[in-house]
Design a protein around this ligand. Sequence first.
Ligand SMILES: NC(=O)c1ccc[n+]([C@@H]2O[C@H](COP(=O)([O-])OP(=O)(O)OC[C@H]3O[C@@H](n4cnc5c(N)ncnc54)[C@H](OP(=O)(O)O)[C@@H]3O)[C@@H](O)[C@H]2O)c1
Length: 224
Amino acid sequence: MTTILVTGANRGLGLEFVRQYAAEKAEVIACCRNPAKADKPAVPGVRVMELDVGSPESAARLAEALGGKPVDILINNAAVYGPKKQSAVESDYEGFLETYRINSLGPLMVSQALRANLLAGRDKKLVVISSEAGSISDSSGGVLAYRASKAALNMIFHGVAKSWARDGVAVGILHPGWVKTDMGGPDAPIGVEESVRGLRARIAELNLSNSGRFLDYKGAAIGW
Ligand SMILES: NC(=O)c1ccc[n+]([C@@H]2O[C@H](COP(=O)([O-])OP(=O)(O)OC[C@H]3O[C@@H](n4cnc5c(N)ncnc54)[C@H](OP(=O)(O)O)[C@@H]3O)[C@@H](O)[C@H]2O)c1
């Protein structure tokens, strides 16, 4: 049975990953900041575990609780949109740094903490949910903290893909589309079900020969 660990699994795209993979009878480890408050997906076999992706201590506690359990697919999904003020004219610098901490460093801290679990897994697939908003070549400006945090995430995991390929780990850097969630808002044209179906197809295709690419949920390449 494939074991999949998802961060930010209590709502939005993370919760939909849990629903879809659990419905396929995969073993799903659903991580969230506050398991007591998390919506329970309507499918059995999901283990809910605590993880604040902005905290290396929390990531280390999760690794300890997992105790060497193999993880086949790690999906770094959790992120924040950043502070209210993140324009070229006025920025909340603390909020800017917090956005980097959660969106850019968080997935690295979690992946490094769970590296042994991933290496013990069969599939060895490491996924980060990025955003087209992090593409410098496509950028129209604005929301600088969010955009910069995702551009940094892309650079970090492009590097991780090069380095971890030696250990057989394939890295997917994926954009989910503009999706109706708390972050995407009600005007987004894509539903969570469609987006996650596409992302899961990209994860199924992920291997060492296409590792480190920046793709959208339909498989189209996005410029860095
Ligand atoms: N929706 C879109 O249109 C869109 C477009 C491009 C990319 N994305 C990316 O897709 C991913 C999922 O986004 P979404 O739309 O599902 O967002 P969402 O509905 O706002 O959900 C964000 C999730 O991240 C979790 N999270 C935030 N900070 C965390 C932390 N420090 N530790 C652990 N969990 C934390 C939240 O948990 P709490 O409930 O505890 O806050 C929540 O579960 C993100 O990486 C986002 O950047 C989304």
